[in-house]
Design a protein. Structure first.
Length: 236
C-alpha cells in the first residue's frame, strides 16, 4: 500500500501555513494515519514536493489505542483520531491532514485545546463530596468521553471563547447529574443550562464523529430531563 501524506504545516502559530507532501509505503493492511506519521519521524524522510530535508511533523499523541483522544485532527476533511483511521479505508492515493480548526494552532497538526479544560473549570465539573450510586448506565456512558475535541470541531454552535461549552462539557456534567444526590444537583443543573442546554442546536453532528461512539442523543435527553425539567426519575 502506497499513500501520499498531504500535510498542512506551520512552524509556529505566527508562521505562514503551507502544504507539504510525503510518501508512505507499507505492507501492513492495518496501518493507520498515526502509523504513517510515526514512520516519518523514524525514517527522517525527504519531502518529494519540496526536495528539502525533513522537518519533523509536530502532532500530539499518547496511547495510540483510541483511549486518550490526543491524536485528533482533520483527515480528508473529517475530524477523526489518527490512531483510529486506517489508511486502507481512505479513498485515493493522497491523504489530506490538517489541524483542528476550532482551536488555536501551535504548530503543524498540534492545536491548543486548553479552552476545553477552562470550560470544565468554569462549569465546576468536579465533586465536592462523596457521590451516591445514582444512574450507573448514564454515568458509565458519559465516562467513555475521551475529551478529544472532535465533537467541538464538527459542532456548528461551538466557538472557542463562546458561552456554549459543547458536548465535551456535557459528558462530565452528565456524570455529575447522574451521581449527585438530588439536593446537590441544583448548581450543577444551573451550570448545565448555562454551558450546554442554552447553546445546543441539537444537530447531533457530534454523534457521528465521536470515536467512543457515545450515545450522545440519549445522554442529552436524559441530562435535559434531569437538569432542565427536573425529572430525576427519567435518568434511572
Amino acid at each position: 500500500m502506497k499513500k501520499i501524506l498531504h500535510i498542512l504545516r506551520r512552524e509556529s502559530a505566527q508562521a505562514r501555513p503551507y502544504w507539504e507532501d510525503f510518501y508512505f509505503e507499507t505492507q501492513d493492511a492495518g496501518a493507520t494515519v498515526a502509523t504513517a506519521l510515526s514512520s516519518l519521524h523514524a525514517e527522517n524522510r525527504i519531502s518529494p514536493a519540496q526536495g528539502s530535508r525533513f522537518r519533523p511533523v509536530i502532532w500530539e499523541h499518547s496511547c495510540l489505542q483510541k483511549r486518550c483522544g490526543a491524536c485528533s485532527m482533520i483527515i480528508d476533511g473529517v475530524p477523526a483520531l489518527a490512531c483510529d483511521t486506517r489508511l486502507s479505508q481512505l479513498k485515493g492515493d493522497t491523504v489530506r491532514l490538517e489541524p483542528l480548526r476550532k482551536f488555536p494552532v501551535v504548530a503543524d497538526l498540534l492545536v491548543d485545546r486548553s479552552v476545553m479544560m477552562e470550560n470544565l473549570k468554569d462549569l465546576s465539573v468536579w465533586l465536592e463530596a462523596e457521590a451516591g450510586a445514582g444512574s450507573e448506565d448514564m454515568a458509565f456512558e458519559a465516562s467513555r468521553c475521551l475529551q478529544c475535541g472532535l465533537c467541538l470541531e464538527i459542532c456548528p454552535n461551538f466557538a472557542a471563547g463562546g458561552s456554549f461549552s459543547g458536548m465535551a462539557a456535557m459528558a462530565p456534567l452528565s456524570r455529575l447529574i447522574a451521581r449527585l444526590p438530588e439536593e446537590q444537583r441544583k448548581q450543577t443543573a444551573r451550570n448545565y443550562k448555562k454551558g450546554v442546554y442554552s447553546g445546543c442546536g441539537k444537530s447531533l453532528a457530534c454523534r457521528d464523529v465521536c470515536p467512543a461512539e457515545i450515545k450522545i442523543d440519549e445522554l442529552l435527553v436524559k441530562s435535559n430531563a434531569a437538569a432542565v425539567w427536573n425529572r430525576w426519575n427519567s435518568i434511572k
